[in-house]
Design a protein around this ligand. Structure first.
Ligand code: ATP
Ligand code: MG
Length: 575
């Protein structure tokens, strides 16, 4: 969305209404705000994942629906874990997802000077103090859920001493961890977040943006709400784990001369089966080499999903489909796949690819003849037009489209059986040629010239239609078959080691595949449907004339269903 375009406030479509949009609508009706301002506040310590996409769609979506604006704000308060690579990746991924922050790009670090001044204000009003306890001692003094905390011996320092010490913290006089600035609230509060939370730490480290200007850095709790207030954010949406931080958020806003009063609202974070959405774990997967990188097609990162060929539209539809609620739950990864298939089925051009090739020779087809067969680009979309695929005497078909001794419900090619080659001819299988080891290496077939285009004048209809490629024209390709990163639906549940649940078959690389000639000109970022096989996207690793295709998703696997049904005693078919 463009946040600067003056668009009239729209009321959200009913299916998009959720408890947060209801609050926003009510606030507008009550005249509390004239313009709605939200923000998406990533910490640049990793790549964005599909969980972040939920938050992005929510924040930018509300701004769009209510004619407001959404800021992109980097929550860059921890120089030890943050990197420019992450900052760049986050901007790229938010844009790719389809959102635009216009000129409203901010950084918590833009506010370091203001935040410092406000910290001094808290000291001067008796609401903050410099504490010399170590991190361990602070934890020990904090108490537990059932026991109140104890006051630090430094809690009673005078305002002047605190102002002086805080200035010297900033000046770099003390080493890491020697002192912190804490809010003076209530060490006996039942809410541990109010037991004099830390506002500033000493960290002698260069910051990607402020360089060596600072050696004290604000904590998330201190920086976040004040940044919201500086930017005029009206609704600060965050995940449920911050619910218990809200009293602190409000306390800081109440006790500082901030220019506006944002409201924090919590919603349930997205959890997705068969994967993990924690940056800490994703970083380990990358660092320990379990995947090819942050953008590995198995990763739930936006960069990974993009490389895998999942369209941004499908991810946005998924976000709409799962909605926004207040209770934590785990969403089946199948729901994401469902949303993505719906988009790809509509938009992905159809192409021929043969993953595991088996040669077919049509004995009675003229040698040297090349016919250009016309096939539709998308049967779901006539406007997508047609293309031609060359047909000759020697073809590749899929090895598993042939069975020498066909199983009961197997209707594809077998000796003596006729099938349709998509957009071409009916062919009948004759001799089966094997190598010395007994492996089938070639099928000798005959064809019916009167069935060109795929229909017989006598109305006979083979039970199966196969995809195929011309041996002379097919382009060799590497195909990477992807499956869920974790085989367990809830990785690491029941006390198992999370990494033991990694799916060893999550990536299967096929080096002997072929694709149709037109795919030699495919571009990175395009996703195709290889007929009967699934959706495939060109990988950026592709070099020269040797494409690499990543399987984005399978089609609905009806054959697997047939087999399952057979085992259960039912009957079915696959064309
Ligand atoms: P992680 O726990 O994976 O490190 P994080 O919450 O620390 O994630 P941030 O960069 O701080 O990551 O997140 C930016 C925004 O995205 C926050 O508002 C956060 O609440 C939201 N967010 C992060 N993970 C999810 C999720 N799984 N579902 C919904 N929103 C999320
Ligand atoms: Mg965070």
């Amino acid at each position: 969305m463009s946040i600067d375009r003056a668009s009239p406030p729209l009321s959200p479509a009913p299916e998009r209404a959720d408890f947060i949009r209801e609050i926003v609508a009510a606030d507008l009706r009550a005249g509390k705000h004239t313009t709605i301002v939200t923000r998406f506040p990533p910490e640049p310590n990793g790549y964005l994942h599909i969980g972040h996409a939920k938050s992005i769609c929510l924040n930018f979506g509300i701004a769009r629906d209510f004619g407001g604006r959404c800021h992109l704000r980097f929550d860059d308060t921890n120089p030890l874990r943050e990197e420019q690579e992450y900052i760049d990746a986050i901007e790229r991924d938010v844009r790719w997802l389809g959102f635009d922050w216009g000129e409203h790009l901010y950084h918590a670090s833009d506010y370091f000077e203001q935040l410092y001044d406000w910290a001094v204000h808290l000291i001067r009003t008796g609401r903050a103090y410099v504490d010399d306890l170590s991190a361990d001692q602070i934890r020990e003094y904090r108490g537990t859920l059932t026991e109140p905390g104890r006051d630090s011996p430094w809690r009673g320092r005078s305002v002047d001493e605190n102002v002086d010490l805080f200035a010297r913290m900033r000046a770099g006089e003390f080493e890491n961890g020697a002192r912190v600035l804490r809010a003076r609230i209530d060490m006996a509060s039942p809410n541990i977040n109010l037991r004099d939370p830390v506002l500033y730490r000493i960290v002698h480290a260069a910051h990607p943006r402020t360089g060596d200007a600072w050696c004290i850095y604000p904590t998330y709790d201190y920086a976040h709400g004040q940044s919201d207030a500086i930017e005029g954010v009206t609704h600060s949406l965050c995940t449920l784990e911050f619910e218990a931080h809200r009293p602190l958020y409000d306390w800081l806003i109440d006790n500082l001369p901030v220019p506006s009063r944002p409201r924090q609202i919590e919603f349930a974070r997205l959890n997705l089966s068969h994967t993990v959405l924690s940056k800490r774990i994703l970083l380990r997967l990358v660092d320990e080499g379990h995947v090819r990188g942050w953008d590995d097609p198995r990763m739930p990162t936006l960069a990974g999903l993009r490389r895998r060929g999942l369209p941004a539209e499908g991810i946005r539809d998924f976000a709409t489909m799962i909605g926004v609620a207040k209770a934590d739950s785990v969403v089946e990864i199948g729901q994401l796949e469902y949303a993505v298939r719906a988009v790809l089925n509509r938009t992905a051009p159809r192409r021929f690819g043969v993953l595991d090739p088996l040669k077919v020779v049509i004995d009675d087809y003229p040698e040297g003849l090349v016919e250009e067969m016309v096939v539709p680009n998308n049967p779901e979309d006539a406007a997508a037009g047609t293309r031609t695929v060359p047909f000759i005497r020697e073809l590749w078909i899929e090895r598993d489209d042939f069975m020498e001794e066909p199983a009961a419900k197997f209707f594809r090619l077998a000796p003596g059986r006729e099938v349709r080659l998509r957009g071409a001819y009916f062919v009948t299988c004759g001799d089966v040629v094997k190598d010395d080891a007994g492996r089938v290496i070639e099928l000798r077939c005959t064809y019916d010239p009167s069935t060109r285009g795929g229909d017989a004048s006598d109305g006979r209809r083979p039970k199966a239609t196969l995809h195929w490629l011309s041996v002379a024209h097919a382009v060799p390709a590497e195909v990477r078959l992807y499956d869920h990163l974790f085989s367990a639906p809830y990785p690491g549940s029941g006390g198992r080691d999370l990494f033991a649940d990694l799916n060893p078959a999550s990536e299967v690389v096929l080096r002997g595949s072929f694709v149709e000639p037109s795919l030699a000109a495919a571009e990175v970022g395009q996703t195709f449907q290889f007929e009967r096989l699934g959706y495939f996207a060109l990988d950026p690793d592709s070099i020269g004339g040797r494409p690499i295709f990543n399987r984005s998703l399978t089609l609905k696997d009806t054959w697997a269903k047939v087999q399952a049904k057979e085992q259960a005693g039912g009957t079915s078919d696959r064309a």
